[in-house]
Design a protein around this ligand. Structure first.
Ligand SMILES: *[C@@H]1O[C@H](CO)[C@@H](O)[C@H](O)[C@H]1NC(C)=O
Ligand SMILES: *[C@@H]1O[C@H](CO)[C@@H](O)[C@H](O)[C@H]1NC(C)=O
Ligand SMILES: *[C@@H]1O[C@H](CO)[C@@H](O)[C@H](O)[C@H]1NC(C)=O
Ligand SMILES: *[C@@H]1O[C@H](CO)[C@@H](O)[C@H](O)[C@H]1NC(C)=O
Length: 897
């Protein structure tokens, strides 16, 4: 009996694998969230997908996402009916039985693995009973690498369907201070621009991406299956001293070292270029173009050489020569004439490049050997190990070798190993229209050596990651992590020793550098250490042989298991509800071509195995969406209007009022610093000192400080009026000093909504429904309300507003944030205000800002930014509301919400 059921299940599973694309009518991804938190360049991203089976029968439901190749998956869970199923990281060996069982049963069909240049695909599925739901939650971690002066956080959004409740929240926290921040990527197009909001303070940044369902269907990279593209958050941090910053937490430290205020070191660079027959066509064309552009960028003090090879070697010059105009012109002519022909003798070519660099070891310069090839060695010495050994002897640690593998016909592992054995790295160049940019981009990363022979010394530090680096290039970064002996900061002395321009030894003392303790939100320093250590052990494993290799492998495996990283040495076994097969997930190796998992066990893939326990679903499933009352402790406000509450802001307000004249005098007039300090309340005739005030921020688009202004008394405000859509959003302020909104109302022609921190009331026609639970989705005509634990997300056409639910000292209040600005220009209200634009025209004795054509004295102030969940305190310029708003506050006041 049991056996028969197994077969039925299996049959269903195979069917599900054949139909890889979800049919919209079958199952519905009703919520898809991506939450990425970056702290000290370490990114932890959680993807949460909630799916409902809308069918009258059970259904195989898939979860398929793409994550950066550099990342390690660290957690995977499924929730079915309140029951959590956790993935467990096991060694490949331990997971092997499940894996081989699956392969032997031919169940690896239809499984995808690494995709594109930077992503890997994670895929799993589970059988969900009729009208039941499942939540998938995947966590991955990654240390962002600085390249060309920037860190890039790539988030791939591809939920497989347009999703009503779709959002991406990114939070970046860098103690050193964020100095540039940009959002790029295929999804950051004009059509989507209004779905992206950014905020930042000195040390924190928030990026929100809240596209509406319509946008998910119509944007450039979207279709019937919703979005498919990237959001790339690009940023860099301040570096106040060349030593960089050290952070510690629970006995671990991480040091980021990226000085840029150094002179460049002249370089000796030898380019060894494959011109074998396989480079025919576009590849050789792109190589020529890239070479010419690279030659254009050489500085006159650099020396260089150019060798092309097939089964023979072709010299442009026998020795390295200086990059004079004349030499460059001649080299470009040579580059233009490179023709594809013959076989591939990598051994001979690389040895010749090494010989030229060794023959010209100019003092105080940095030598670099760059190999570009698109195929395996098939002429001359072809034994890979012999080539590697020859090359290692020829280079003898004197300079780094960078290998660029063009396309997928190269043995990338061979190139990678050879690079790692010689202090370099290997990079894949993808055959595409931008291959020449990839080549040029790689060259730029190593174009400006600033230091050589860098030794990072940490007295009082143990278990250090790599500390010796042969070269350091401008725009990159050296990261070292380790443990502080006995967590004793007193004996911990970091120092960097290196060789700088003109062969000078330089020491960067770490004595005056304060080792900052990371705060609680930043306590992942140990994971940074584990991540770096595992990455470097995996490289070591590739580079070495014999017992050293085995020991690196063993150590990497132990740490992967301890920190639950899915690496090439571990697998994640996803346990499923009884009656279902487990999945075994493998990480593919860097740069591997997409293949089927049967031919390559190292790739991610879903490897279902058959379990012999079969259980009927209906026995143990119940609806996931249990109603639950929240905020049971909510207490109505007791403070009343006009109560005097001592608070520093009151004083500031008084100061402001003391320094500007009556409106008629100030508008359009420069206010001298000699204005008498009479308390002038003409602008707010009804306001008395100590009256209730709510602070609002008006942000700028640039890096300059936002404006802040007070709104006095318990009033109701026009938040957004969208006359063309007949959409009106109003809010009533609460009675709490510096609080927020007590109630928000939304009116459309057909329905009315009202929210507070506890309930949602929906009124349409004759009926009124009151919801007390969180996690609801209510749609009425054009308006969709998605209520989550701490926010209410309202979508109406091209507008998306989120009301964050804040709590302060037991008081709950709402704060509106526009996540998607309507395109229409007729829209009015507090949320429709354009970003502040001002000019600082005077700094002393008091700051005067010019806003439009008006000059006004501004006071430096701080206020909580309630548009962010954590309500961080931001610095701002405090000005009277009419200056910030550019019109009297009365125009924003409504009598009824
Ligand atoms: C995102 O993740 C962080 C860290 O785990 C958490 O503190 C935060 O509440 C999450 N944000 C959302 C919107 O889920
Ligand atoms: C290194 O990069 C920084 C920032 O891009 C730049 O200001 C500096 O001039 C560069 N240094 C050299 C030697 O090119
Ligand atoms: C690092 O370099 C220093 C000085 O050049 C040397 O003494 C030390 O042995 C090197 N350490 C390693 C692990 O290679
Ligand atoms: C370190 O700090 C001390 C005292 O503040 C100062 O005298 C010294 O010059 C500093 N050293 C360096 C290298 O900045």
């Amino acid at each position: 009996m049991a056996r028969a059921v197994v077969q039925v299940t299996l049959f269903g599973l195979l069917l599900a694998l054949v139909t890889t694309l979800p049919n919209k009518d079958d199952w519905d991804i009703y919520s898809f969230h991506i939450n990425s938190t970056v702290s000290s360049r370490y990114a932890t991203t959680v993807i949460t997908s909630r799916v409902a089976n809308r069918m009258d029968e059970s259904k195989e439901i898939e979860f398929q996402v793409r994550i950066p190749k550099n990342a390690f998956i660290s957690k995977f869970r499924m929730f079915i009916d309140g029951q959590a199923y956790d993935g467990v990281v096991k060694s490949k060996g331990a997971a092997k039985q499940q894996y081989t069982d699956a392969v032997s049963q031919g169940q690896s069909a239809g499984i995808v693995s690494s995709v594109g240049r930077t992503l890997e695909e994670f895929k799993t599925s589970v059988n969900v009973a009729a009208h039941k739901k499942v939540t998938f939650e995947l966590t991955y971690e990654e240390l962002l690498k600085r390249k060309l002066g920037k860190y890039e956080l790539q988030i791939h959004a591809r939920p497989m369907q347009p999703v009503k409740d779709f959002k991406v929240d990114v939070y970046i926290h860098e103690k050193a201070g964020i100095n540039i921040m940009e959002v790029k990527g295929g999804l950051s197009t004009n059509a989507m621009a209004n779905a992206i909001t950014k905020t930042h303070s000195d040390t924190q940044a928030w990026v929100y991406f809240y596209p509406t369902e319509d946008q998910q269907k119509t944007c450039d990279r979207c279709g019937e299956q919703g979005m498919n593209g990237d959001l790339v958050i690009v940023y860099d941090v301040n570096r106040d001293n060349s030593f960089g910053d050290i952070k510690k937490s629970s006995g671990y430290f991480v040091h980021h070292f990226a000085p840029s205020d150094l002179a460049r070191i002249p370089k000796n660079v030898a380019f060894v270029i494959d011109q074998s027959g396989s480079m025919h066509g576009r590849k050789i064309q792109q190589t020529r173009t890239a070479l010419i552009r690279i030659l254009n960028d050489l500085a006159e003090e650099d020396h260089f050489s150019l060798i092309t090879f097939d089964s023979s070697i072709f010299h442009w010059k026998r020795e390295l020569v200086q990059a004079t105009e004349e030499n460059l012109a001649s080299a470009k002519t040579f580059a233009l004439q490179i023709q594809d022909r013959g076989a591939t003798d990598i051994n001979q070519a690389v040895l010749e490049g090494a010989r030229m660099l060794n023959a010209n070891p100019r003092e105080g310069s940095a030598s670099i050997l760059i190999l570009l090839t698109d195929g395996d060695p098939n002429s001359g010495v072809t034994n890979l190990e012999v080539i590697q050994s020859n090359v290692r002897k020829a280079i003898a640690g004197e300079f780094p070798l960078y290998c660029l593998g063009f396309g997928f016909d190269v043995n990338f592992e061979f190139l990678e190993k050879m690079s790692l054995q010689n202090n370099g790295v290997a990079r894949r160049i993808y055959e595409d229209s931008d291959a020449e940019l990839q080549l040029k981009g790689f060259y730029e990363e190593v174009a400006t050596p600033l230091l050589t022979d860098v030794t990072m010394v940490y007295e009082g530090g143990i278990n250090l990651t790599q500390t010796n680096f042969s070269q350091y290039y401008n725009g990159s970064e050296i990261v070292v992590a380790g443990q502080i002996t006995d967590n004793d900061i007193g004996t911990f002395t970091p120092q960097v020793v290196a060789v700088s321009q003109r062969n000078r030894k330089v020491v960067f003392p770490g004595t005056n550098v304060t080792v900052e303790s990371a705060d609680v939100a930043d306590s992942n320093i140990q994971r940074v250490w584990a991540y770096l250590t595992v990455k470097q052990l995996l490289e070591k494993e590739l580079r070495l042989s014999g017992p050293e290799k085995e020991s690196a492998k063993k150590e990497a495996l132990e740490l992967s298991l301890k920190y639950s990283f899915v690496t090439p040495l571990t697998s994640m076994v996803v346990t499923k509800p009884p009656g279902e097969s487990s999945d075994v997930l493998h990480k593919p190796k860097e740069g591997e071509a997409p293949q089927t998992p049967t031919s390559n066990a190292r790739q991610y893939g879903l490897m279902p195995t058959v379990s012999d326990i079969v259980m009927a679903y209906d026995d143990f499933l119940e609806a996931e969406e249990e109603s639950e009352e929240i905020h049971a402790t909510y207490v109505p406000q007791t403070a009343t209007m006009g109560t005097t509450i001592d608070f520093p802001v009151e004083l500031e307000e008084e100061e402001i009022h003391a320094t500007y004249g009556p409106p008629t005098a100030t508008m359009g007039t420069t206010i001298g610093s000699s204005v008498s300090s009479v308390v002038y309340n003409d602008l707010h005739p009804s306001i008395l000192p100590g009256q209730l005030v709510h602070q609002f921020l008006l942000k700028t688009e640039s890096l300059s400080l936002p404006l802040c202004y007070g709104v006095y008394g318990v009033v109701s405000l026009k938040l957004l009026h969208h006359p063309n859509k007949a959409l009106f959003v109003n809010g009533e302020l609460d009675e709490v000093l510096l609080g927020g909104f007590k109630r928000i109302a939304i009116h459309t022609a057909a329905a009315h909504f009202e929210f507070d921190a506890v309930k949602t009331i929906v009124q349409d026609g004759q009926s009124t429904v009151e919801y007390l639970q969180q996690d609801i989705v209510v749609s009425r005509n054009s308006v969709t309300v998605i209520r989550r634990a701490k926010e209410i997300d309202v979508v109406s056409g091209d507008t998306r507003i989120v009301f964050l639910i804040h709590e302060k000292e037991g008081n709950f209040y709402l704060w509106p944030v526009i996540r998607q600005q309507p395109m229409d220009t007729n829209v009015t209200g507090i949320l429709a205000l354009k970003p502040a634009v001002y000019e600082e025209v005077q700094q002393t004795p008091s700051t005067i800002l010019k806003i439009q054509n008006t000059e006004v004295i501004a006071t430096r102030s701080t206020t909580a930014d309630y548009s962010i969940t954590s309500a961080p305190t931001l610095d701002c310029w405090s000005v009277p509301s009419e200056f910030a708003l550019q019109r009297p506050i009365n125009e924003f006041i409504v009598t009824q919400i």
